[in-house]
Design a protein around this ligand. Structure first.
Ligand code: OSB
Ligand code: MG
Length: 369
């Protein structure tokens, strides 16, 4: 399709409660929306790099700049008839996966709307599969506060609980969690907070019957993850370390993990995410879909991707009101009491965008004239 218009929005969404991971604490989320138009239709994409580079190296400001000044001029006024063609263009620029993902997901959504099909149909997903979801709980003020949050989350139907850990908020907390919730499917996410020198401590994670240990070691360290995985019974899941299908291939070859978290934003969009999914499927390695506290637009796109056949573990996809009082779609995604969502039945990602609310949440906007 020929891309005739492009808008970039920087939104700042206040969180209903702070979210803390090992590398920092968020009270609001800066997210980037891209609105692409072409042939009488429009498609929206999203990526939330946040205000500070505490997950990856990008920020909302860098993504906004890359989209407006570098990617938009290359994309506008030209025809993009396949995701591969767009990906080849994006691949000529290094890094900046979130900026690319905001644009690339918008392309897929526009393509789906032009073809009048739900996005999952273009991706090869199965609409009839339930989209299974779990909750990710940040570092809490006290272990008691975390236990209360787990209680509330299970009552809402989430299928598993993921706890953010860091040195000083790990084994002692897990002991309390397991005392209260001996059977709940449980996993931890360290966001790269440990090193191989912590091996004796990391071994203790094996005592809690965890489904997986997510990203225990440094982002760029597939080798140490392979060493660690040989020492642990619990599967390691990689998140930050897997930025491309090539990274996934190397991680599996080395034995660095047994599960892969696929984040559309971290890998630069849906095509690369699908490549990772397909590679893991061939090698019988289960995947699930990770999140970055997306607004409802991004969550809905993640849901469409989560209908792919090798998404075999509950994903970090959450109902819109978990993080935000105000959001970007109408209606807002609602999770069933069994911790599932339904795939879109309408063209695109299945929800209407709430343009008035988007404008109210916007701190910066750029559009082609
Ligand atoms: O590492 O998976 C992560 C949230 C913010 C930053 C990093 C991560 C997360 C999550 C997912 O755990 C939270 C969510 O979107 O539900
Ligand atoms: Mg993670």
């Amino acid at each position: 399709m020929k891309v005739s218009g492009l808008e970039v929005y920087h939104l700042r969404l206040p969180l209903t409660q702070p979210f803390e991971i090992s590398s920092g604490r968020l009270t609001s989320v800066s997210t980037i929306l891209v609105r692409l138009s072409g042939e009488g239709e429009e498609g929206w994409g999203e990526a939330p790099p946040w205000d500070e580079p505490i997950y990856g190296p990008e920020t909302a400001e860098t993504a906004f700049h890359v989209l407006r000044d570098i990617l938009a001029p290359r994309v506008l006024g030209k025809s993009w008839d396949s995701p591969e063609a767009l990906s080849t263009l994006l691949g000529t620029f290094r890094g900046n996966a979130f900026a690319k993902a905001a644009l690339e997901t918008a392309w897929w959504v526009l393509e789906a709307r032009l073809k009048k099909v739900p996005l999952h149909r273009l991706l090869g997903g199965e609409a009839a599969r339930p989209i299974n979801c779990g909750v990710s709980l940040g570092v809490a003020a006290t272990p008691g506060a975390l236990l209360d949050e787990i209680d509330r989350s299970l009552a809402l139907g989430y299928q598993r609980v993921k706890i953010k850990v860091k040195p000083g908020w790990d084994v002692a907390v897990l002991e309390k969690v397991r005392d209260c919730f001996p059977k709940v499917p449980l996993q931890v996410d360290a966001n790269a907070a440990y090193a191989l020198e912590d091996l004796e401590m990391l071994r203790r994670f094996d005592d809690f019957g965890l489904v997986q240990i997510e990203q225990p070691l440094s982002t760029d360290d597939l080798v140490d993850h392979a060493t660690l995985q040989r020492e642990l019974r619990t599967p390691i899941c990689l998140d930050e370390s897997i930025k491309s299908a090539q990274d996934a291939r190397k991680a599996l070859q080395l034995g660095s993990c047994r599960i892969v978290n696929i984040k559309l934003t971290r890998v630069g969009g849906l095509l690369e995410a699908k490549r990772i999914h397909d590679l893991c499927r061939e090698r019988d390695v289960p995947c699930w879909v990770g999140g970055m506290l997306e607004s409802a637009i991004g969550e809905a796109i993640c849901m469409e991707f989560a209908t792919l056949p090798n998404i075999r573990l509950p994903s970090d996809i959450v109902p819109s009101d978990r993080f935000y009082a105000r959001d970007t779609t109408r209606p807002r995604p609602v999770m069933s009491s069994r911790g599932t969502f339904l795939a879109a039945s309408q063209p695109g990602f299945g929800y209407d965008v709430d343009l008035d609310e988007i404008r109210r949440l916007t701190v910066k906007r750029w559009a082609t004239s």
